[in-house]
Design a protein around this ligand. Structure first.
Ligand code: FES
Length: 85
């Protein structure tokens, strides 16, 4: 498991191994946008403020990966990720 801090909302959610970041985030922010849930549409893209992302999508360029994450498929490399949401 790892923690995802939603800095603008002042919330932190835990993401267990069998749960996506998207699903965990939606427990705190139910209106979070998403569509394909498979890492190809880009709807769930969020800005990363801190932490290392384990990118598992097929869409983002290397430049986009510097500050963005598709939360339906990608995960944290470490124990803590901070998102701008
Ligand atoms: Fe489509 Fe995440 S919901 S890329």
């Amino acid at each position: 498991a790892f923690a995802v801090e939603l800095r603008r909302s002042g919330r932190t959610v835990t993401v267990p191994a069998d749960t996506t970041v998207l699903a965990a985030v939606r427990t705190a922010l139910p209106d979070t946008a998403y569509s394909c849930e498979q890492g190809f549409c880009g709807t769930c893209r969020q800005r990363v403020l801190e932490g290392e992302v384990d990118h598992r999508d097929e869409l983002l360029t290397d430049a986009e990966r510097d500050d963005s994450v598709l939360i339906c498929v990608s995960r944290a490399r470490g124990e803590h990720l901070v998102l701008d949401m």
